[in-house]
Design a protein around this ligand. Structure first.
Ligand code: AMP
Length: 117
């Protein structure tokens, strides 16, 4: 039974559609982006549904910190921690957010441009 406000990432969390998982615990899931923009492009998401940064609450502070630390761990596991990487979260229309389930993009493995916008 689909949940209210379900997204493709909700389906991945529930195992209804496949993903190339790189990390999982009881609160966090990480998987390869289906359309990678760099040699390493991993999405790190909370299992709890938070639609985006505008919907993160004070009570989510610990979880938000954990998501960033999981990004760091994956960067180390992928061997890009020394060469460097970027962590991005897009929010809303101007941020080009396309999936309404909070996610951090971990991108690296090549020289990224200095542009953010
Ligand atoms: P954003 O545009 O910031 O909302 O990012 C959404 C990301 O999800 C994009 O980079 C997509 O390529 C990625 N994406 C969409 N569907 C899937 C999927 N089924 N598995 C992995 N990544 C996906």
């Amino acid at each position: 039974m689909p949940e209210k406000n379900d997204t493709i990432f909700g389906k991945i969390i529930r195992g209804e559609i496949p993903a190339s998982k790189v990390y999982e615990d009881d609160e966090v899931l990480a998987f390869s982006d289906i359309a990678p923009q760099a040699p390493v492009h991993v999405l790190v998401i909370p299992k709890k549904r938070i639609a985006g940064m505008n919907d993160a609450a004070d009570e989510d502070a610990k979880l938000l910190g954990k998501l960033l630390l999981v990004c760091k761990k994956i960067a180390q596991d992928k061997g890009i921690d020394k060469s460097g990487y970027r962590i991005v979260t897009n929010c809303g229309p101007h941020g080009c957010q396309s999936v309404e389930h909070l996610h951090f993009h971990l991108v690296g493995g090549t020289q990224l441009t200095g542009k953010l916008g």
